[in-house]
Write a protein that binds this ligand. Structure first.
Ligand code: MIC
Ligand code: SF4
Length: 644
């Protein structure tokens, strides 16, 4: 039987297990990336392994998230990361150099390789034909230490692309349409693989926008074949020698298939406050906008900024709109300047910022109260922009610029003829600030600012577990709800005691107090949730910080992949309701008792009985043998120490 691109990539990297859907497999990781907000913790964890140098073919340490330096914390972390990169043999991409995913695509991605990144948008690399997966920092630390990455062998969701995109409709609309059809949990348990005659109509940066935004489907990752367009892209980056073709076989079988005829698409937009809340732009046109942001790892390539610049040749930004551009990389900035378009942007009224994540993670750029903000970003979860009750819409650069000009949500097709973009054949590379690895890091001293506190120690799982329900939440809870980000909280990422004070802050301000009281009473904490619990980011702080506050169990209807893995890594039991109806009966503050929990887990039992408020409730523990050992040890670091 023919193979999909996914199966070929998995087969060529398989080191443990069999390629059977639903079974745990271990794959070799060729490349890793970290960004600063997850990276500081990932390197503290790597340090704990005692391995003197990264064991991958290539590892890159990026600084792109925590760019606002309102005190010493972020700046200290940047220096820590630079010294770590020098010590352990990594490339270092400094602040201002660009968003990890964009820079990695331009300068490091290679078709046919695996990439593990401590950021949920790592699948951007799938646009190049890589198997690029987002994971928690600890998993990435393990991969840097040369260990396999373990995952449940996913099913393959084929997306057949036909036709070509009409003018003013772009790659973002393809994924918005898929989100509209499948929702934010439609990709859970799958790798999304693109095939069909429409693939060749998309450039690598278009494909990368799609695989990037595909993270919002909850998918393990998304992947495109590597073809002539891939070769052209690599050549434009002076890396043509790294091209290898990678295609699905003619008779490859997918577990599910949908077809998207791109020629029938029209401009789409995701309304507040979920990426799958998608409607046609024409349905919401006319609503006034106060802010329009073009940027993020989803849509900030040279192509995206050129669309904006070319439109601004004939128009000006509306007086009531703050129109801001966050370029994806130094390379994008250099090229747009070289093409003379920086002047166009500035003259037309754009605020051009340094290359980085910025407002996408609430690092500045909060919108004014009660106004609409339009963004070419991948996420619009409530409050993520930094403004309470925000109204963030997600759209393409085409919709963004049309709306910035008119001052209201606008279908870009009113702008007339689609501009000719004239993209260069060869790019200025813009990588002069990327530091290559040192031959030896032995002499390098790691620079540790006072913000970096030691990694907390956790106890192994007790014989019996006694605690209470600290919080009950609904469906689609994001890691932004669990562990908010933004300019105030992100600088605390390397200080677990400090950051844990913000756990569930936007949901329930009393959560901290309740968890502290339970700790004082010697009780464990349990959180109860609905479907797709923990969707969104890869941040392991959404597991680590609750664990620090004594949370030992999460009992939900279903989990998002990365969050479940992070819970296990930090020794929190990820349980699901055997009977979802039990969810309704459960109340906050209910007492929880599980006797003989260690024995049950060690014996491989998939069903545990919990006494919840005195009533027996069945819960599932669907994890591998290795995960059971990790849970018993109280987390992956404890387990790895024991295993030696
Ligand atoms: C995000 O887009 O939510 C982030 C910020 O990039 C996160 C990582 C983090 O929280 O540091 C992600 O996507 O994994
Ligand atoms: Fe950065 Fe936003 Fe991309 Fe996350 S989604 S990596 S915050 S640009």
């Amino acid at each position: 039987m023919g193979k999909t691109v996914t199966e070929k990539l998995l087969a060529s990297h398989l080191v443990e297990g069999n390629l059977q859907k639903g079974e745990e497999i271990g794959i070799r990781i060729d490349q890793t990336l970290t960004q600063d907000a997850t990276g500081t913790m990932a390197y503290l964890e790597f340090e704990a392994t005692g391995i003197p140098r990264v064991q991958t073919e290539l590892s890159v340490c990026y600084v792109d998230h925590n760019l606002v330096q309102s005190d010493f914390r972020n700046a200290d972390d940047h220096r820590f990361l630079q010294s770590v990169a020098r010590k352990y043999g990594l490339y270092f991409s400094p602040p201002g150099n660009g968003i990890s995913h964009q820079v990695h695509l331009e300068r490091f991605g290679v078709p046919g390789k695996t990439l593990l990144g401590s950021d949920s948008h790592t699948p951007t690399g799938g646009g190049l034909g890589m198997l690029a997966i987002g994971a928690g920092g600890l998993d990435v630390a393990m991969a840097m230490a040369g260990k396999p990455f373990y995952l449940v062998m996913p099913k393959v969701f084929g997306i057949k692309l036909t036709g070509s995109l009409p003018d003013w409709v772009s790659a973002r609309d393809v994924l918005l349409e898929i989100l509209r059809q499948l929702s934010v949990k439609g990709g859970v348990g799958y790798i999304m693989e693109y095939f069909g005659p429409g693939v060749k109509e998309l450039s690598v940066t278009d494909r990368a926008s799609i695989t990037n935004f595909g993270a919002e489907l909850g998918a393990t990752t998304s992947v495109f074949p590597a073809d002539e367009n891939t070769r052209k892209f690599l050549e434009s980056q002076g890396r043509g020698d790294l091209w290898t073709p990678l295609n699905a076989d003619e008779d490859a079988q997918y577990d599910e298939v949908i077809e998207i005829d791109m020629s029938t698409l029209e401009p789409l937009i995701a309304c507040p406050s979920s990426p799958d809340n998608v409607v046609k732009v024409s349905e919401v046109a006319g609503k006034p906008v106060a802010q329009v942001l073009v940027g993020s790892c989803s849509n900030s390539s040279l192509r995206d900024l050129m669309v904006v610049a070319k439109v601004l040749h004939r128009e000006q930004v509306h007086a009531d709109v703050s129109f801001e551009i966050n370029p994806g990389s130094r390379q994008v900035l250099e090229n747009i300047t070289d093409l003379g378009e920086m002047l166009t942007l500035i003259r037309a009224g754009a605020r051009v910022h340094q290359a980085g994540c910025l407002g996408c993670i609430g690092m500045g750029q909060a919108p004014p109260t009660g106004t609409i903000s339009l963004r070419t970003f991948p996420r619009n979860f409530p409050g993520r922009s930094g403004t309470v009750n925000d109204q963030v819409y997600l759209c393409s650069p085409e919709v963004a610029i049309a709306s910035a000009i008119k001052g209201e949500i606008t279908d870009p097709r009113v702008l007339g003829e689609y501009p000719d973009l004239n993209l260069p054949e060869k790019y200025l590379l813009g990588d002069q600030r990327i530091e290559p690895p040192l031959v030896s890091g032995e002499e390098v001293e790691i620079i540790r600012g006072p913000n970096i506190t030691p990694f907390p120690e956790f106890e192994p799982l007790p014989e019996s577990w006694h605690g209470k329900v600290l919080l009950k939440v609904g469906d689609n809870i994001t890691t932004d709800h669990i562990m908010p980000a933004g300019a105030k909280i992100l600088p605390l990422r390397s200080n677990i005691p400090a950051i844990s004070e913000y756990v569930y802050n936007s949901v329930d301000l009393e959560f901290l107090q309740r968890s502290r009281e339970a700790l004082t009473d010697g009780l464990g904490g349990m959180v109860v949730g609905g479907e797709n619990y923990g969707q969104g980011s890869s941040r392991e702080h959404a597991a680590l910080a609750p664990r620090y506050l004594g949370v030992g169990i999460k009992l939900v209807k279903s989990f998002a992949r990365i969050h479940k893995a992070n819970l296990i890594n930090f020794g929190i039991l990820p349980l699901t309701f055997e009977d979802p109806a039990d969810y309704d009966a459960l109340q906050q503050d209910a007492e929880v008792e599980i006797t003989g929990i260690r024995d049950a887990i060690a014996s491989g039992s998939e069903l545990l009985t919990l006494l919840l408020g005195g009533k027996p409730v069945k819960a599932r523990l669907e994890v591998s043998e290795r995960h059971r050992e990790i849970l018993l040890a109280g987390g992956l670091l404890n387990w790895a120490r024991k295993a030696g």
